[in-house]
Design a protein around this ligand. Structure first.
Ligand code: URA
Length: 434
């Protein structure tokens, strides 16, 4: 086989066979196929796409380039929850203890953030001592005992995806639906849970900026999961404004604690109830989604999920005094007020801009391995659909020793759009694909 001919084939919009895809992926991992050749092929895929069989084969081949977990030591149905990424996304931190408190085993591998969406691992590391470095055996033991374990991404999994994802970041080939779908699903298949629940975010600040793309991405991932014998459901959620009110590592932890104590932001509650309801369906508790949502809600308001959260943080080595006294969590030196000088209804809060600003003040990283500041972030005081009066505080910026504060305040203010006409609260659940 010849890589130049295969690039040519994709350039001419032809279908690659299983043998050809395996040759490309294995050749790239071994170094026989060079970065410049892979880049050309990736660009051809960006323009011409892949059909569902090619995407499924690509996923399976990438999965096989690294470690694959055997979760047969967990003797209940396991469901992996995955989000395609959002701003202010603290869903995993809230949902895992809720599900665990309902006796659903939750083993989750989370990464550190890169770019403007934060990583769950970074958020949880706001707790002193929180440890996520577990072997598979240790993780399985923990899940069998407590129904919950959060571990860092194994660097032995999906070696092809690791190498290709980095190259995609450098060659403007991230935004291809089959490449995103196969990249995410190769890692989900390698983790080895029985079933998969996907939160496909849609809107400004998400991979899919419109509902058509979100549906296509969701369909492709559901198809890959099902073809590999893992029942998969995708819930498409709205990311046209940040989720909840806090964006930034320890600030999101505080919002998660408040939520589990029953002080829930409406949009987060809707997302949590829906995702939780579909996990209960996948775990074969019940197919009645409305009833499942009630079960989730009850578990929040009866305090059981909060108790599970405390236990979870404790067993993973975190300092639980920081839950009972949130002032012990990393705290920024200064809070800047972002005020408005107009009356009206909030029509938009630019998620991507807010995510990038949190990054800029130190809450995220632009390069792998970079240190982050857990204490900084932005708290929104209002959401889309709210009315504000001239002089109202739109947001609070938590910063440490930031240079041009006036400019920063201006930048946060310009993430808000305010109109005279009444606006509606955002609909959070846009579709469910199964
Ligand atoms: N996350 C991934 O792991 N891969 C992608 O391609 C996009 C998001």
């Amino acid at each position: 086989m010849n890589i130049i001919q295969l690039i040519d084939k994709k350039k001419n919009n032809q279908i690659l066979t299983k043998e050809e895809i395996e040759y490309i992926i294995n050749g790239y991992v071994s170094g026989e196929i060079k970065d410049y050749q892979m880049s050309a092929l990736l660009m051809a895929i960006c323009f011409n796409g892949m059909n569902s069989d090619e995407t499924a084969i690509l996923t399976e081949t990438m999965k096989n380039t690294g470690e694959v977990f055997d979760l047969s030591g967990i003797n209940k149905i396991t469901v992996d929850k995955h989000s395609t990424g959002g701003v202010g996304d603290k869903v995993t931190i809230i949902l895992l203890p809720i599900m665990a408190s309902l006796n659903i085993p939750m083993l989750k591998m989370s990464g550190r953030g890169l770019g403007f969406t934060g990583g769950t691992a970074d958020k949880l590391e706001s707790f002193e001592g929180f440890n996520m470095d577990y072997t598979l055996d240790e993780a399985i033991k923990m899940v069998n005992k407590y129904n919950i374990c959060e571990m860092t991404q194994s660097n032995k999994m999906c070696l092809a995806d690791k190498k290709i994802y980095e190259l995609r970041g450098l060659t403007s080939t991230i935004d291809s639906i089959p490449l995103i779908a196969s990249s995410i699903m190769s890692k989900k298949l390698a983790v080895g849970c029985d079933k998969i629940l996907l939160d496909v975010t849609c809107g400004n600040g998400a991979f899919a900026s419109n509902i058509e793309d979100a549906r296509e991405l969701a369909k492709q991932m559901v198809d890959i999961g099902n073809k590999n014998g893992k029942e998969t459901i995708a819930v498409i959620t709205n990311m046209d404004e940040p989720l909840g009110k806090s964006i930034g590592n320890s600030l999101e932890i505080i919002e998660a604690i408040e939520f589990l104590k029953g002080r829930c932001e409406e949009d987060v509650l809707e997302v949590i109830k829906t995702l939780g309801a579909y996990i209960l369906k996948l775990a074969e508790v019940s197919d009645d989604i409305e009833k499942n949502k009630e079960i989730i809600e009850e578990q929040i308001f009866n305090g059981k999920a909060y108790q599970k959260f405390i236990q979870w943080i404790q067993v993973q080595g975190g300092n639980i005094n920081q839950i009972e006294d949130i002032s012990l969590l990393p705290k920024a030196k200064e809070i800047l007020f972002v005020t408005t000088n107009e009356n009206g209804y909030i029509s938009k809060i630019n998620s991507k801009a807010i995510g990038e600003l949190v990054n800029k003040i130190g809450g995220g990283r632009n390069r792998k391995g970079e240190e982050i500041d857990h204490s900084v972030g932005i708290i929104l005081n209002y959401k889309v659909g709210d009315y504000v009066e001239n002089g109202a505080t739109l947001a609070y910026i938590h910063v440490n020793d930031y240079g041009n504060k006036e400019e920063l305040i201006k930048e946060v203010r310009s993430a808000f759009e305010i109109t005279e006409n009444k606006t509606e609260k955002m609909k959070m659940i846009l579709d469910v694909i199964m």
